[in-house]
Design a protein around this ligand. Structure first.
Ligand code: GTP
Ligand code: MG
Ligand code: NA
Length: 280
């Protein structure tokens, strides 16, 4: 990309951690929403993608991942598409197997971690014990003299959410995240499904360029033309720029999570690329 065309983009932040440590509740509190209450068994089973406007007016893209042990692959995918990982650890429960797994995914992806020590409102909360246990996994938080930011929060009481957003903003500032919005879009499939009414639907995280209704694209081994774009509020939008998660309608089939979507100049080119990819 032409460096002169690079513009600041929103940070992509993936929320990771052990089951029921409060990831979705924390994101709900940040968004003023209530996704957690509607989940079957209170368990997240997919990757949610949302944008939050912070009090200072900047935008942060959040990916919510499941904590249940069955969803290792989704956690790995979440770590691979993100700029920053937030490790949520319940202060009463402490570090658990999927907390440690999440640390390892973030490290493998080379992604900086911010630790959110949640549920500090609870009896038996012991944030200092969490910090000590993190040392065993080479996560040295600021309070222990290290460089990893840690914030004590309560999703339930909405305590210190501003501090968590500040920590994200500081980390993002250091990273100087940029992308060129003025080119054919490229994005990653966060998840995809066959919707009864709407046909194949993919949630795409746009990495660079701007995706527009009418664009011709290849997505994994599928090709298509964007029929509609739906934002995280369920509203139809005409375009989606860098760091924006958006549902794409108009696919010829269901792509795989992790696939890349690229916009091409014409249908002949789309067929050519899709055929080539199908052979791979
Ligand atoms: P999975 O996605 O299934 O891994 O769970 P999760 O990490 O998203 O946790 P979830 O938001 O589903 O919360 C699990 C339980 O913890 C729910 O009953 C929440 O109400 C509760 N909870 C979450 N945050 C807090 C908190 O700060 N304090 C207290 N007391 N309870 C909390
Ligand atoms: Mg959840
Ligand atoms: Na849960």
């Amino acid at each position: 990309d032409d460096p002169a065309k690079l513009q600041p983009r929103a940070p992509v932040v993936t929320i990771m951690g052990h089951v029921d440590h409060g990831k979705t509740s924390l994101l709900d509190a940040l968004r003023g929403a209530n996704v957690q209450a509607g989940e079957a068994g209170g368990i997240t089973q997919h990757i949610g993608a949302y944008q939050v406007k912070t009090p200072d007016g900047s935008i942060v893209t959040f990916l919510d991942t499941p904590g249940h042990e069955a969803f290792t692959e989704m956690r790995a995918r979440g770590a691979n598409v993100t700029d920053v990982a937030i490790l949520v650890v319940a202060a009463d429960d402490g570090l658990k197997p999927q907390s440690i797994e999440s640390i390892n995914h973030a490290k493998a992806a080379g992604v900086p971690i911010i630790v959110a020590i949640n549920k500090i409102d609870k009896e038996g909360a012991n944030p200092q014990r969490v910090r000590e246990r993190l040392l065993e996994h080479e996560i040295i938080v600021e309070a222990m003299g290290g460089e990893v930011q840690d914030v004590e929060v309560s999703a339930l009481k909405k305590t210190n959410l501003d501090k968590l957003l500040d920590a994200i903003a500081l980390q993002a500032e250091i990273m100087e995240l940029k992308a060129n919005p003025d080119r054919n879009a490229e994005g990653t499939v966060v998840e995809a499904k066959l919707d009864k009414g709407r046909g194949p639907v993919a949630t795409i995280l746009v990495r660079r360029g701007t995706l527009r209704v009418g664009d011709i694209f290849v997505c994994g081994a599928e090709s298509g033309r964007v029929r509609a774009l739906v934002n995280d509020q369920g509203q139809q939008v005409k375009e989606a720029g860098p760091s924006m998660p958006v549902e794409v309608l108009g696919l010829g089939g269901v792509p795989m999570a992790g696939d890349t979507l690229v916009v091409v100049d014409n249908e002949a080119r789309a067929r050519e690329v899709a055929a080539y990819r199908q052979e791979q």
